[in-house]
Design a protein. Sequence first.
Length: 138
Amino acid sequence: MIFPSISDLTKDKYNRYELVIATAKSARMITDEYVKERETAEKMIAGNKESEKAIFAMIKREFRDEKAVKCAINRLFTGDFVILDPESAAAKRAARAESERLAAERLLAEKKEEVKFDFSDEDEEEIIDVEENEEEEA
């Protein structure tokens, strides 16, 4: 018998196709996490040749001992990953895009404030003095 069962995973809200797609996407995310952790562990070992730890000891047990699909199924079952219906997924994407747009606008506004030039009277006198010196030298 397979645990968790398909009915436990779908909770009678989703069909098997949606479950398969969600599991595949989740497994891809888990694989990407594993690759990042492995690269970090390899860099740590390469930087410290005297380290007695092996690479597999630095990687989370969940990633190194189980297949990505099994981890994805467990995360879907425990609720770490959630399957969203198309409407709520679209709304979430729109909200994320709006927040990213607002953050980008804030960054642009901050950069514009940093670039402001101050042309006070003191600066004008220095510029005039430099121009007069250049004319005298010529």
